[in-house]
Design a protein around this ligand. Structure first.
Ligand code: COA
Length: 532
């Protein structure tokens, strides 16, 4: 056992100040989460209930095994856009009859559940997670289809939604549609492409064109029920496999389908009887300094996340700005890479590369804990080959085949974001703490670079530089970049899978690891050419 010895003074003033700042940020994020939960607002929620219907989240709650957790994904999708926070759809992973499933539930209280560009991105991300982690998908359908005013952004890419469903089926990953209401036009292909379809009597409406459109197109008189009602689809067209009497019955039928899937996880089971960390997870609220320029020891985080706070550090004396080592998390073996002093040098890059290769040799998933300002710049570092060493680490991350999980704890800037398995490097899940910030570089640095470039350009043109204009430009750019680096903004753009409370990190990573183990865990057989 190599139990980490914590040196954080949880009674000190610094800890108290960090904690206060973190709790304030968490309160702000909670307020935004509440907007997603409120859906389309009281008026639409009341109307929905008056129609005798369950809300999206109530449907999910009834579908899941009692008292089991729901790992909600991208709850702040659409934050900062003209659309409702949440993107008119709820996505997440929950346990149904003991099987971890991807759940995608339209929220009909938001614009009739119509899909806007954020809803689409969120749905496609859910499908990607289901495919990579081999999760059955259950769609809880009630949607007005494409959000018509933004159709240009969704119609063409949105076709992938239906392709993903049938591709999952071809991979022997089941897809189930429970249709609670409207599912017209393109939406009709949700049940059309699913392996199993349940429709709620007198509620489900599944047709390519409704009565007005049919009248216009062919002159035929028709009604909703004969064109696309649940009874018709169950008895006549055969699109529905099961006719549900009401919403609760549809959920019961859905659970029954999952029970008969004969589902087995392919990854190894966790070690039984693992220990909880020695240190209290609550301390995680006070570890990250509110000023990200102040470094913190990531071992303090690891000590509050891994089983028994037991961490076998690899190469502890070399490349000390990056901590690497082995641990278990909820009984699953993991390798951890965590930034310590912020900057990545050549030594850290080489150490990371070797460590990632070792994890692939032993089929061990990797966790990346981000707090980096990027790779070191400067003459001596360039001459010593910082680009080729950074490239080596990015090569290893890109071609590694074991599952990766990323947590943005603090800074995640520049190519450091890439080397530490940022969003574009395909981590199975990426979560951000409220203290996280991501951008090509820090706001002051970016504004400063722009100023230097503008000054030089003015000089080349023989013009005198407008110093007042420069000051205003720098202030404006700093403000813009600061706003665009914040976790809510990035979460709104679907650049993470959710902002989490640091104190929940162990639970969220544990759930994610369990999800990942639905598939095989197998390291890479080879990497790209390493530029030595
Ligand atoms: N695009 C944009 N806005 C839409 C929408 C869509 N596809 N569907 C509904 N909305 C809006 C409505 O304009 C309304 O807005 P408002 O309250 O600000 O006036 C709000 O969402 C609620 O719609 P409403 O019709 O009152 O809700 P409902 O629950 O009675 O009916 C539907 C829901 C989905 C059955 C109905 O709105 C509908 O038929 N929509 C169009 C469906 C369609 O043909 N879509 C194209 C598919 S590609």
């Amino acid at each position: 056992m190599s139990v980490i010895r914590s040196t954080v003074d949880t009674t000190g003033a610094e800890f108290a100040a960090n904690r206060e700042a973190m709790l304030a940020k968490l309160a702000e994020i909670e307020a935004e989460h509440a907007k997603a939960i409120a859906g389309g607002g009281q008026k639409y929620v009341d109307r929905h209930r008056k129609r005798g219907k369950l809300l999206a989240r109530e449907r999910i709650e009834l579908l899941l095994d009692e008292d089991s957790p729901f790992l909600e994904l991208s709850p702040l999708a659409a934050w900062g856009t003209d659309h409702h926070v949440g993107g008119s759809v709820v996505t997440g992973i929950g346990v149904v009859e003991g099987v971890e499933c991807m759940i995608v539930a339209n929220d009909p209280t938001v614009k009739g559940g119509a899909s806007n560009p954020s809803s689409l991105k969120k749905g496609l991300r859910a499908a990607e997670i289901a495919a990579e982690n081999r999760l059955p998908t259950i769609n809880l359908v009630e949607s007005g289809g494409a959000d018509l005013p933004t159709q240009k952004e969704i119609f063409i890419p949105g076709g992938r939604t239906f392709r993903n469903l049938t591709n999952a089926s071809a991979q022997r990953i089941p897809t189930i549609a429970l249709v609670f209401g409207n599912s017209t036009a393109g939406g009709a292909y949700l049940p059309g492409m699913s392996d199993y379809v349940v429709m709620v009597k007198e509620r489900a409406k599944v047709f390519l064109g409704g009565p007005p459109l049919v009248k216009m197109a062919t002159g035929e008189d028709s009604d909703d029920e004969s064109l696309g009602g649940a009874e018709m689809h169950a008895r006549t067209s055969g699109l529905a496999d099961y006719l549900a009497l009401d919403e609760q019955d549809a959920i019961r039928l859905g659970r029954g389908i999952v029970k008969r899937l004969n589902w087995h996880k392919l990854g190894p089971s966790p070690k039984p009887g693992y220990d909880e960390p020695v240190y209290d997870a609550d301390d995680l609220a006070g570890i990250v300094p509110s000023d990200l320029k102040v470094p913190f020891d990531p071992r303090e985080v690891i000590a509050r996340v891994v089983d028994g706070s037991d961490f076998d550090e690899f190469k502890p004396l070399y490349g000390t700005s990056l901590v690497t080592g082995w641990a278990d998390l909820h009984g699953y073996p993991v390798g951890i890479l965590a930034n310590a002093q912020g900057v990545l040098f050549s030594e850290e890059s080489q150490k990371a590369t070797q460590f990632i290769q070792l994890a692939n040799q032993s089929d061990t998933p990797l966790i990346f804990l981000h707090n980096t300002t990027g790779y070191m710049v400067g003459k001596s570092y360039e001459q010593a080959g910082i680009i080729k060493h950074g490239s080596m680490m990015i090569n290893a991350v890109s071609n590694s085949r074991v599952p990766h999980l990323s947590v943005l704890m603090g800074a995640s800037y520049g190519a450091g974001h890439y080397g530490m398995c940022g969003r574009a490097y395909g981590p199975r899940f990426l979560y951000a703490w409220p203290s996280a910030k991501s951008a090509v570089m820090g706001p002051q640095q970016l504004a400063g670079v722009l100023s230097i470039v503008a000054r030089a350009a003015a000089g080349n043109r023989g013009q005198t530089y407008d110093e007042d204009g420069d000051k205003a430009m720098r202030a404006m750019v700093e403000q813009q970049i600061e706003a665009e680096s914040m976790p809510m903004f990035l979460s709104g753009m679907l650049y993470d899978d959710g902002i989490i409370d640091p104190r929940d990190t162990r639970t969220v990573l544990g759930l994610s690891l369990s999800v990942i183990h639905n598939g095989l865990i197998r390291g890479a057989d080879g990497f790209g050419v390493f530029r030595m």
